[in-house]
Design a protein around this ligand. Sequence first.
Ligand code: GLC
Length: 553
Amino acid sequence: MSRRSFLLGTSAALAGAAAVPGVVHASSSRTARLRPGGSSWLADAILYELYPQSFADTDGDGIGDLAGVLERLDYLDWLGVDTVWMNPIFPSPLTDAGYDISDYTGVHPRYGTADDVVAVVEAARRRGIRILFDLVAGHSSDQHPWFLRSLEDETDHRYIWASPEQLPGDGSLPEEFVASPGPRPGAFYMNYYETQPAINYGYARSNPDEPWRQPVDAEGPRRNREAMREIMDHWLSMGISGFRCDMAATLVKDDPGWVETGKLWGEFRSWLETHHPGAVMVSEWGDPATSVPAGFHGDFYLPVNGPGDGAPWRSLWRDDPYFSASGTGTASTFVRAWSEATDTIGGAGVTMMPIANHDSATRLNDGVRAAEEFPAAWTFLLTWPFVPTLYYGEEIGMRAVPGLPDVEGSQGRQNNRTPMQWDDGPNAGFSDAPADKLYLPIDPDPARPTVAAQIGDPDSLLHLVRRLIRLRKHHPELGVGSDVRVLTDGYPLTYVRGDRFLVTVNPSRDAVTVDVPDERIEHAHRVEGRGVRIGGRGLAVDGFGYAILDLGR
Ligand code: GLC
């Protein structure tokens, strides 16, 4: 079979699977090769989410700091990540680990100073690493001067207030409303916790039953948009490269189809293009087909939101997931959703995939998956055309630690916020503080993985992750800009990238085989992998096997 007929030919492998837009299926008659995209540098990024309080502590207070990040930049550089997203480091009463900001342009003293930010940004830049901060536009802390002021002044509309006359006469409060804690009578709208009053961007439509609703162009909403631009300008002028935008879908209230919320972010995007070209906005939205057309450069798949309420993410990592030894999941939910989203957004931006994040309360190492299951997942993460997003510690297989105390409003999310495990010194090299002063306890497992041990072991997960990152960076065929052709989306998941690299991953414990209708397979050369053998026009893949095979050009 010629290469061309392989592209256009039929394949039993996908029989039964409807042609999915965006993926060039061997069985489809599509000749177009999709270039999922985004022209921004973000398309080529390998993103690393770093939880600052748990990364590296240099001043011995038991909490990570900016100087710790600075010290560990060489490690991140060695690993090969080129973009770091730091969770909030701003002044905050810490009722939600810093997602309750009391000063958007300051630095919480426990992390350091503005000079430390500049030092980190510059040292990172010298290593080719960009820094992203969180933009928590939807709510502030109830201790923010804006909110304190609005508590004193009934004409202040920076937040969403309902006056006593507007509220039900029976003393009840509408959903999401909290009784005023200050002199101002009435109630305010909260976003997440009661300590997080929603900043007023208006409502998309009015409702006579809710007379407190303001339009999106009312004075309060306009001032808030202006304030957010000033905040972005502040940090971008200090050299950061963009923002991860918190709860991005929720800014304008009662907004069917996110039309007004989309316009708002579109306006921020235009402003960014003019004033800080090159800077990016990525969203905590979970629905790239909606958020990218609205103006984001990229959007994360998440455990929630979007069609199927997080189904693309959950079908891979949680809830009878594809990446599980039982082999009862399917990759098709994700493949289909990703393809549809990618078709919709075209070259306008990118999809982004984390295995875990600071909210997921799980890690790949969830206490159920065994270490031998991790490489297949990582091979997928680093060879699919989305922006791979690493959560600190995943690269060594850190565990989601059960049974930990709540910290700073973590409410169950503390499991995967434990200190980074650097070495086998005290506190795993994270901090010199007494153990009981640490932000969260170190994973007590005596066999816990560490960076130091894995750096010394070429067969470690860390080295595999590093090699996969290098491969992706070295070969554009493995990146966002090259097409993917799915051969099978069961066990194993098998796809060809850029008509050159065949990737196969088998997360299940059972050995499987797969036909590969491409004559080049016979002479393919393995660039990474384990437990995969080529036999004729097919592959035999051991349980947990994975491989990247170079088919040649
Ligand atoms: C986002 C953050 C989460 C925070 C919430 C409220 O979902 O990721 O950590 O609790 O917003 O700000």
